[in-house]
Ligand binder design. Structure first.
Ligand SMILES: Cc1cc2nc3c(=O)[nH]c(=O)nc-3n(C[C@H](O)[C@H](O)[C@H](O)COP(=O)(O)OP(=O)(O)OC[C@H]3O[C@@H](n4cnc5c(N)ncnc54)[C@H](O)[C@@H]3O)c2cc1C
Length: 408
């Protein structure tokens, strides 16, 4: 596949006051890993709609990246949301799904009631040996997660889960699946999300547990992850595997009482999605930058046409703006600020930007852009998802406007 990688701008791209030598070193390491290790795998597996190999995950685990945000006393790197997003932007520059898999560590699926077990799982998570899938969405509950219908019924010391889940990324390959289920109906006057609780469904990678079946959904992009439709028919979960919180990915109804504890996780997920979108858009800019020098028409490189130069300039400026914004919001989250509206704003702006920039990149590649011979079509397919998952653009606008005006 034609490569533009020698033209990539070199780090640092960290703006003061957030730039430190340690962050620059982490960025360079992630950038080189993305280029040398991830990109060839993406080029091979994306056309096959393949799933990233466990060996890739193991290499990321060796670098400690599944525990970036886990405190060092629990085996993690003890760093913040900033570093998590920094590495994720670099990985997503090569393949969006590889930027995403980091979110399946970072302490996901460790919020057990028993303290000793929680710390043990945290250590496994930091080591990349506890990688999960999140099954929140259902065929009839996407943006409106309070509409989840999967039932959890108590039988002695166990819960029995029955229902249908849709869109559970990485579910077959995962070590566990976090399933959001309804333990009771809300009382009159209670939030619609009352009674929704997350359960830890343990499993072996490569198979589903007793009572669960599934099939992979045929997506147009975001390969590297298989995304699953799951049927739960009497999946048994011990009471000790009912979780106390969910580090989930959606947040449509995030301000309702039952979801209050997950707010920070949702904000982190939003800024993480923004950083991933910046990575994909940056890939589109860099490939276009190269193509404008490579492709000749009318006896000159097309990069000499001012319309195309200006288009490239607009793309680069949009990416830089979105990057500066995610760095600002990640910094706020690391300071412990709520930053709920800012997290929704950066998710909205960065993902909409990625759609525009990858679309323009395809235009500037002409016919070659509309082939599988160039990576730009992958960036375009992957960017398109970013305005849909982790809470759609409309849901982000709802969160932002609901904090500006009385709720509609
Ligand atoms: C590839 C992929 C991977 C995913 N991975 C996961 C995963 O791992 N785990 C998981 O649980 N889920 C996952 N999801 C689900 C994802 O989060 C949902 O698709 C998303 O939240 C939107 O829900 P929906 O698809 O049901 O759309 P809907 O909620 O049906 O929305 C349809 C349209 O209506 C709009 N809309 C809905 N409500 C409002 C409102 N109040 N105001 C204005 N507009 C509104 C939406 O913005 C959208 O444009 C994934 C989805 C995809 C496509």
């Amino acid at each position: 596949m034609p490569s533009s990688l020698k033209l990539e701008p070199q780090p640092p791209e960290l703006f003061s006051p957030w730039r430190t030598d340690a962050r620059v070193a982490l960025q360079i390491d992630a950038r080189e890993f993305a280029r040398e290790v991830v990109m060839p795998i993406a080029d091979e597996l994306d056309p096959q709609k393949g799933e990233m190999p466990r060996s890739l995950i193991e290499q990321m685990a060796e670098r400690g990246w599944f525990g970036i945000t886990i405190p060092s006393e629990h085996g993690g790197m003890g760093l913040g949301v900033f570093e998590y997003c920094l590495v994720s932007e670099e990985l997503a520059r090569a393949w969006l799904s590889v930027g995403s898999i980091l979110a399946r560590g970072q302490g996901l699926g460790t919020q057990t009631i028993d303290d000793a077990r929680r710390l043990q799982l945290m250590r496994k998570s930091a080591q990349g040996k506890w990688i999960g899938s999140i099954a929140l969405s259902e065929p009839t509950a996407g943006s409106d997660l309070a509409g989840v219908e999967t039932r959890a019924v108590r039988e002695g010391d166990e819960w029995v889960l029955t229902g249908t889940k849709r869109w559970a990324g990485f579910a077959l390959a995962a070590d566990f699946i976090e399933v959001l289920a309804r333990t009771r109906d809300p009382e009159p006057g209670e939030s619609r999300s009352a009674g929704l609780e997350p359960f830890l469904v343990l499993k072996q990678p490569g198979s589903f547990p007793a009572g669960m079946t599934g099939h992979a959904i045929d997506k147009i992009g975001y390969h590297g992850f298989l995304t699953w439709h799951l049927e739960l028919d009497g999946v048994r979960v011990p009471e000790s595997d009912r979780l106390t919180g969910l580090y989930g990915d959606q947040g449509a109804d995030a301000d309702s009482g039952g979801f209050a504890s997950v707010q920070r996780g949702l904000n982190i997920a939003r800024v993480h999605t923004a950083a991933r979108a910046v990575g994909v858009a940056r890939a589109a800019v860099e490939d276009t930058w190269a193509y404008l020098q490579e492709r000749e028409q009318f006896g000159q490189p097309i990069g000499e046409f001012q319309a195309l130069r200006f288009a490239l300039a607009d793309m680069a400026a949009e990416v830089a703006q979105a990057r500066a914004f995610w760095q600002q919001v990640a910094h706020l989250l690391d300071l412990g600020e709520g930053a709920e509206s800012e997290s929704a704003q950066v998710k909205l702006l960065a993902t909409e930007m990625a759609v525009r920039v990858t679309n323009q990149a395809m235009q500037l590649h002409g016919g070659n852009g509309y082939t599988t011979e160039r990576r730009v079509e992958r960036y375009w397919r992957d960017a398109r998802l970013t305005t849909i998952f982790e809470g759609t653009s409309e849901i982000q606008r709802r969160i932002i406007s609901d904090r500006m005006l009385p709720k509609a």
